[in-house]
Design a binder for this molecule. Sequence first.
Ligand code: PMP
Length: 459
Amino acid sequence: MSSLSHNRTLSERDRDAVLHPYTNPIRHQETGPLVISRGEGVRVFDDSGKDYIEGLAGLWCTALGWGEERLVAAASEQMRRLPFYHLFGHKAHDPAIELCERLLALAPVPMSKVFLTGSGSEANDTALKLIRYRANALGQPQKKKVIARDRAYHGVTLATSSLTGLAVNHRSFDLPDPAVLRAACPHHYRNARPGESEEDFSTRLAAELEALILAEGPDTVAAFFAEPVMGAGGVIVPPAGYFAKIQAVLDKYDVLLVADEVICGFGRTGKMFGTETFGLRPDIITVAKGLSSGYLPISAVLLSEKMVAPIVAEAGRIGTLGHGFTYGGHPVSAAVAVETLKIYAERDILAHVGRVGPRLQDGLRGFANHPLVGEVRGVGLIGAVELVADKATKAAFDPARGVGAALVARAQQHGLILRAMGDAVAFAPPLVISEDEIAEMLTRFARALADVTAEVIKI
Ligand code: PMP
């Protein structure tokens, strides 16, 4: 086998062997990969040694940045002592117990139990299944429809892809499942009517949600899934009053709220959870990414007593809770997650985000007057810059022009890794980023924006 790799570049080997997620496979044969070989702080380095500021913390996850030795030590210690054990059939291990206790202590609303999983998708898939299980336990077998929003991102399993409200996750997969109901995206800049205030827009969306629930029949609707700030859909910060008004509708019709905190959890929005920043009262919270700072895969489902009591009764009656993943709550991942949570507390990550977040938000808003920038939005250490063809009319660029992708490509040349969602470019750097590093990130972004502006004006 080793002769296969002799005298061949990583790029060639990648093109021959790897099918990449979220990548155009035909274009990839021409461009090849950017091979990242190491990381340090908020930077990663490619195989030629060039450095990049990771403006998206990898995939919104590497909150403590690269090279955090305490996480390495926690993993290796656990790897030596107990590299694998599970939680099936009355078994337990100390990292999982400690992690669940810590999550319950951190939870922004009272939560009773934690179910450990391995990824954001698994956590949301588990939430979906437990909602169904609960409905059956309560003798409400018809109350199982779930609502998710346009542009939501809740995962890519066969079930969670349907919660996700992005066409690319549905096309050619024969999705979404029609049993998932779709609510509007709370994107004030794009979806509000001319002159409609944020509060009025929120009022309208809550009224639309109520109309949807009534049209379907409240006794058939089980739950509403929401990211506090929508991430992969383009960093959509909820408009004023949104969650209070939505929550009132959910309460009125006994519809559960699932807060998908996979991106927002652990300080991203300035508070420990987006639930606190925006005043949600969820019955279920899902977390992943920042839970282990992305160092190892792990996620969790936090369940309120409203969920736990009927589930326990039903599983007790059936004889077992027939759900669980081999690697759910993996001891090495759990040990790293416990250490991550300790570091957040010891270093007061919330105070740090409170100090540097405004530097990012003010810096991004500094681009608001740029002729190609339609909107700048964000909170804490998450934000986006949306490019438009016409600032006055908000007309978007023809998607075929790939202006957002071009900006990201230029940023990469200037040593900054970002991600485009259409023509919105997202920022979510490691939470440990310093003010100087934010300034450097914004300087690199400004260079990329200047390049793209010159190219767009030329055409
Ligand atoms: N929920 C949200 C809000 C996410 O951003 C993501 C991943 N970007 C997921 C769920 C799915 O997580 P995973 O990729 O770990 O399955």
